[in-house]
Design a protein around this ligand. Structure first.
Ligand SMILES: Nc1ncnc2c1ncn2[C@@H]1O[C@H](COP(=O)(O)OP(=O)(O)OP(=O)(O)O)[C@@H](O)[C@H]1O
Ligand SMILES: [Mg+2]
Length: 360
């Protein structure tokens, strides 16, 4: 390591930080004047190649780290705390500061600083907490509606058979919504846990798409829509799990029916493509295209988030749980496939899935 002469202490360092070059966490040593006297490779990346020999406050924007160093060198045994470093990219770290040599040794002392990046763990914890809050919220409204109707049926509507029938109908809808939500949550959890296992069956897309169109054409007719399936003469087989792919296209076509303009056609068009984007593998793409209001450009990246809906009221009135595209996203990831969403508001929306071919 190429080191500048160290200004404040020239005693032999108790640790050669380059021995920790293999560690992903930044580790560095500072003296009592906060001068960086040694660092490992990860710390060099974080602090910059010229940081050696300079004071920590010239390279890092964190008074918390300096405080912890002073406390440790002042005699407080090993300090741990969480710090946020806004530069170069905002990240959260678990900071550990240790005195070297230990407190019992007289003479010069250095502080060893270890920064463990906990950004991903923090984000995951936040996502989990948001998810639980969302699920509770989604279950609460049908539940309170059910409780409200039970009370009404026991009280004011007790002798009113007409109202009873109407309320039972609504209760049935709400109970079914909760069942759907729970089923979707279970599906989501299953596809998420299996995401790392790539399915290996050869799937006939023609069969899958024909089946999806059959299942959904009645619902399409109710909105005056027609589903036009465009298949190449001999669609190449794809690598996948037929049930999961059926679920993907059922979700996409159901969305086209729900959010497309009534009395407009829906296209489901399959075609071979050179490469699955992001891979070197040839694929088959399937585009589900509908006309209608579409999706504003800034909302497109959020569409596959759990419970994200562009128009909450509309989705709910269609019986949507807001989990459809989140399930699609995980199935796509499991298949090492690709999903592209394009929308021209007021005109056309297309969701295109590109799946790896099984015959190459
Ligand atoms: N083809 C489309 N055109 C316009 N908006 C769409 C389209 N597909 C999805 N969206 C929007 O994306 C949101 C999320 O879709 P997603 O399928 O995840 O949930 P959902 O349809 O509301 O409920 P679910 O599919 O779970 O029954 C929808 O609420 C809708 O606002
Ligand atoms: Mg949907």
């Amino acid at each position: 390591m190429n080191k500048r002469p160290l200004p404040s202490q020239d005693a032999k360092l108790p640790l050669d930080a380059s021995m920790l070059d293999g560690l992903p966490d930044p580790v560095f040593l500072v003296d009592r004047k906060h001068v960086i006297v040694d660092y490992n490779r990860a710390a060099k990346q974080l602090l910059g190649a010229g940081a050696l020999g300079s004071r920590l406050d010239e390279t890092l924007d964190s008074a918390h780290i300096i405080d912890a160093i002073d406390a440790t060198l002042g005699g407080t045994p090993g300090t741990r705390r969480e710090v946020f470093l806004p530069y170069p990219v905002g990240r959260h770290y678990e900071l550990t500061v240790w005195r070297l040599p230990d407190l019992k040794s007289p003479g010069p002392a250095w502080a060893m600083v270890v920064l463990q990046d906990v950004t991903a763990a923090k984000k995951a914890a936040r996502t989990r907490a948001d998810f639980v809050a969302n699920v509770s919220h989604e279950l609460r409204s049908p539940l309170s509606s059910l409780l409200g109707f039970i009370e009404t049926l026991r009280g004011p509507a007790r002798d009113d058979p007409e109202a009873t029938e109407r309320f039972l109908e609504i209760m049935d809808t709400e109970a079914r919504r909760m069942t759907r939500l729970i089923n979707d949550l279970l599906t989501l959890s299953k596809v998420e846990t299996e995401e790392h296992i790539r399915p290996e069956n050869s799937v006939d897309l023609g069969l899958v798409l024909n089946q999806v169109v059959d299942i959904l054409s009645v619902r399409a007719k109710e909105r005056g829509m027609e589903i036009n399936l465009e298949l190449p003469d001999e669609p190449p087989p794809v690598l996948g799990d037929a049930d999961e792919l059926t679920q993907v296209f059922q979700n996409l076509v159901a969305n086209a029916i729900s959010y497309g303009r009534a009395r407009t056609p829906i296209r489901v068009a399959a075609a071979p493509c050179d490469r699955v984007p992001g891979t070197m593998q040839p694929g088959v793409s399937v585009a589900v295209i509908n006309q209608g209001e579409g999706i504003p450009a800034d909302e497109i990246p959020r569409l596959t988030e759990r419970f994200y809906r562009v128009d909450k009221g509309r989705s709910r009135s269609m019986g949507g749980t807001g989990l459809g595209l989140a399930i699609v996203k995980h199935i796509i990831a499991r298949h090492r496939a690709h999903l592209e969403i394009k929308s021209t508001p007021g005109r056309e929306t297309s969701l295109t899935v590109c799946l790896p071919r099984a015959d190459t």
